[in-house]
Design a protein around this ligand. Structure first.
Ligand SMILES: *Cc1c(COP(=O)(O)O)cnc(C)c1O
Length: 389
């Protein structure tokens, strides 16, 4: 049945027909607890009534006009995002990779405007920024680049969470920006040391580099703040968003502040679909709902609770190296590769993910309730206790 699809995904043998909140149902009517939310996308769960209503209403009004014209919903969304993040302006696109492409172009143009002919961007080992040529080059995972050479020039890779490695580059005069995830997602839910992001902020200030945060996975409440970097009281020069911004309706954004906000001018960048009325109407409703349901506080607390419960139950387990995370971005690192757990969990009616080989990744919707959280912990603990690699 799937033979007409390019085999770019090793798909699990299940197709969901219906969703509600944190639950999904397959064609046989089996129910699954969704602890992945479409990889940090459906932060408000499935079929949230406010989002359905907003989307249906907009679908009856206007879908698309093009960016040749003013789009009021886009202007409203930009104003809202700028207010939440203390950024100045926004470019809208349709995905995380595209948002990062915009950031990379912005950084290069910023470099050229300062007389840097061959601008370079510092990127991190273990990072993930997307699958387009520039973003896969920026990505710090060799398996994602392999076979797609020649890659895009202009990137320098250093270890993640290693401030000294970036400081060592400060003598170079061809660097224009540092691109980094505040918490690495695909790289294994890696939360950096407390001084890392503030240290990068200070270094970028000193050298006139742009601090560009890829918040495609960490943003829109996932980490218990609107944006993960707000945990460290810093503000970036550039920030990218996508995944949860439309709760499954495709939309991406590249936000900029200060001098970085003046770089991309008319004719330098664009997108046919970017920021169309349907996407912006949904995204506005996403932000409104997170606020009105007080989901940032809920996410912060529930994440803490789940980590505590998992640690109590698993810390002594010989296969468990560490339970970590921020908000509802959770990782359980095992000492052995554990990709098989995904299929075993599916059989138990639980959707999880394994990344970086040995890290169980949990990205449940922010609307997860306490009972669902307990069920998640119970099922996971059993799976890990029965697991033999
Ligand atoms: C998912 C992700 C991307 C890529 O987003 P797409 O919408 O798949 O292009 C980029 N950066 C991070 C941190 C991500 O998690």
């Amino acid at each position: 049945m799937t033979s007409a699809l390019m085999p770019t995904y090793a798909r699990l043998p299940v197709a969901f027909q219906k969703g509600e909140g944190a639950w999904l149902w397959d064609g046989e009517g089996r129910r699954y607890l969704d602890a992945l939310a479409g990889i940090a996308v459906c932060n408000l769960g499935h079929a949230h009534p406010a989002l359905t209503k907003a989307l249906c209403h907009q679908a009856g009004q206007l879908w698309h006009t093009s960016n040749l014209y003013r789009i009021e919903l886009q202007e409203r969304l930009a104003t809202r995002l700028a207010a939440l993040s203390a950024m100045d302006n926004v470019f809208f696109c349709n995905s995380g990779a595209e948002a990062n492409e915009a950031a990379i172009k912005l950084a290069r143009a910023y470099g050229h405007s300062r007389g840097i002919g061959q601008p370079h961007i510092v990127v991190m080992e273990g990072s993930f920024h997307g699958r387009t040529l520039a973003t896969l080059t920026a990505t710090g995972n060799p398996r994602i680049k392999q076979g797609f050479e020649p890659l895009v020039p202009g990137f320098i890779q250093v270890p993640y969470d290693d401030l000294a490695a970036v400081e060592k580059l400060s003598e170079r005069d061809d660097i224009v920006a540092v691109l980094v995830e505040p918490v690495q997602g695909e790289g294994g839910i890696r939360v950096p040391a407390a001084n890392y992001l503030p240290g990068l902020r200070a270094l970028c200030d000193r050298r006139g580099w742009l601090l560009m945060l890829d918040e495609v996975q960490t943003g829109i409440g996932r980490c218990g703040r609107w944006f993960a970097h707000q945990h460290w009281d810093i503000v970036p020069d550039v920030m990218t968003l996508a995944k949860a911004l439309g709760n499954g309706f495709p939309i991406g954004a590249c936000l900029a502040r200060g001098p970085a906000s003046q770089v991309l001018t008319a004719g330098t960048h664009g997108s046919t679909f970017g920021g169309n009325p349907l996407a912006c109407r949904v995204a506005l409703e996403v932000l409104q709902t997170i606020e009105s349901e007080d989901l940032l506080t809920h996410c912060d607390r529930l994440g803490q609770e789940i980590r505590t419960a998992l640690r109590e139950r698993l810390d002594a387990h010989p296969l468990v190296r560490e339970v970590r995370g921020l908000g509802l971005m959770l990782g359980i690192e095992l000492t052995e590769p554990c990709g098989d757990l995904v299929g075993k969990a599916l059989k138990q009616g639980l959707l999880i993910n394994v990344t970086a080989g040995s890290v169980i990744r949990l990205l449940p919707p922010l609307i997860l309730d306490h009972r669902q959280a307990q069920q998640l912990v119970e099922t996971l603990v059993e799976l890990i206790q029965e697991f033999s690699p």
